[in-house]
Design a protein around this ligand. Structure first.
Ligand code: GDP
Ligand code: MG
Length: 441
């Protein structure tokens, strides 16, 4: 899926200490492929990649300490922008009640379900909605909405299948005026494909009722098709927004990206299940994060951190309690860190510790350095690992020879280790919570 794909792209980026224009280019090439595969509209992808390139290249990215993270942030920001981040996506109920909200879309997109969900949401917002069945073609359609209404205890206008849909809507409006309903939710008919007769009917309803909101209900699972449907509905009806349904399935997310970009109309609500409470306000930033699979830029690191399984972390925590922080636990911990990426990124996760260690080391620890440290520790005897104070001058020479390093390297490691041990003691004084922070979640 889209999230996993992005994940692997960024993993590749993460391997680079410094990001070059070439790296960015390569990453963007993959971003483009991933988006196209996810059924994002071709033109949208092109513009998107270009926007990311413009913002990434030349900017602070090349100078930054964590360039990969910055590229990810640019991608995230652009995704958010593409989906309308920062815009007001709330439904508009201004004007004299009853205000009409019209839901339209292809058959099976989720109109009737969304009408019910929306009514429930509005009632929770202290509005007084009336559901209006205006789909007279499918015999069961009116009954379906009536069932939904009964289930939610929300009134449904008593339409008859032999009535004209426009007449139904007009009568429902009079009924609402007389009975104090402030919002009409119009459930219109759908077809399997775009159809001129249906469009004509929807246009007549629009002209007669002047709905404040004309929302296209689109099935996220249909990907690129949803985009084409959105474009033609918008052309005929001038949509005010979109309800994107079935985002709970394994929709590839492409529709969410493209619909907004192609029609310029905001996604206002998303359907996340068949249940009546599974309708949520659309948050472009959350969607961008969902697509990228991260809470924020740093969660890339958190993700990697999860490479240490919960069990690993718990076992390590127990060992640290029992054996204390020795060269042995240090090495094993380092192996876990290696699973997660660089020690440098680990250090940043630990407030205070990162700074302290950096000061102690003067610089960051590259992966090569980590391999060296591992080799040195591996050349020690178990006793030495458990008690580094045993390691005198002659032992240092032996260890250096055994690990193919210099005595200075062994000295430096032991110095670093004693620094780390001090920090570790401080962390342990903080209690299990502080320790957990160090060990990862
Ligand atoms: P309509 O023809 O547009 O009125 O579509 P319906 O409201 O009858 O929905 C068609 C099918 O999609 C039904 O089985 C719904 O339960 C299902 N459905 C609607 N919205 C969602 C959603 O957000 N998630 C899931 N999983 N199913 C949905
Ligand atoms: Mg229906």
């Amino acid at each position: 899926n889209l999230t996993e794909k992005f994940d692997s792209i960024f993993k590749k980026l993460r391997g680079h200490g410094r990001l070059t224009e070439e790296n960015i280019k390569e990453a963007l090439r993959e971003v483009r492929l991933v988006l196209l595969e996810a059924d994002v509209n071709f033109k949208v992808v092109k513009d998107f990649v270009e926007a990311v390139r413009e913002r990434a290249v030349g900017q602070d990215v090349l100078k930054s300490l964590t360039p990969a993270q910055q590229v990810i942030k640019v991608v995230r920001d652009e995704l958010g922008r593409l989906m309308g981040e920062g815009e007001d996506n709330r439904l508009d109920f201004g004007g004299r009640p009853p205000v009409a909200v019209m839901l339209c879309g292809l058959q099976g997109a989720g109109k009737t379900t969304s009408c019910g969900k929306l009514a429930l949401k509005l009632r929770r917002d202290k509005r007084n909605p009336l559901l209006v069945p205006a789909d007279v073609y499918r015999p069961a359609a009116i009954d379906q909405l009536k069932t939904v209404g009964r289930q939610l205890d929300i009134p449904v206008y008593d339409s008859q299948p032999d009535q004209d849909p426009v007449a139904i809507c007009e009568a429902a409006r009079r009924f609402a005026e007389l009975n104090g309903y402030d919002t009409l939710i119009l459930d219109t008919a759908g077809r399997l494909h775009i159809d001129a007769t249906l469009m004509g009917e929807l246009v007549r309803i629009k002209e007669s009722l002047a709905p404040k909101e004309i929302l296209l209900v689109a099935d996220a699972m249909t990907g690129q098709d949803a985009v084409n449907v959105a474009a033609s509905f918008d052309e005929q009806l001038s949509l005010t927004g979109v309800i994107l349904t079935k985002l709970d399935g394994d929709a590839r997310g492409g529709a969410a990206l493209s619909i907004r970009a192609v029609t310029g109309k905001p996604i206002k609500l998303v359907g996340l299940g068949e249940k009546m409470d599974a309708l949520e306000v659309f948050h472009p930033d959350r969607m961008a994060q969902r697509i990228l699979g991260m809470g924020d830029v740093l969660s890339l690191i958190e993700k990697a951190e999860a490479a240490i399984s919960r069990d690993d972390a718990a076992a390590m925590e127990q060992r640290l309690r029992k054996e204390g922080f020795t060269l042995e636990t240090f090495r094993d911990q380092m192996q876990s860190i290696k699973k997660m990426g660089s020690l440098d990124s680990m250090l940043k996760l630990i407030p205070g510790v990162g700074k302290a260690l950096k000061q102690a080391q003067g610089s960051q620890l590259p992966d090569k350095e980590m391999n060296k440290i591992e080799a040195i520790i591996n050349s020690m005897t178990p006793e030495e690992r458990r008690n580094h104070k045993l390691i005198n001058g002659s032992r240092r020479v032996r260890i250096a020879n055994g690990s193919g390093t210099k005595v200075q390297d062994v000295n430096q490691l032991l110095k670093r280790f004693t620094e780390a041990q001090k920090v570790m003691k401080k962390m342990q004084q903080l209690g299990p919570k502080g320790l957990k922070g160090l060990m990862g979640r």
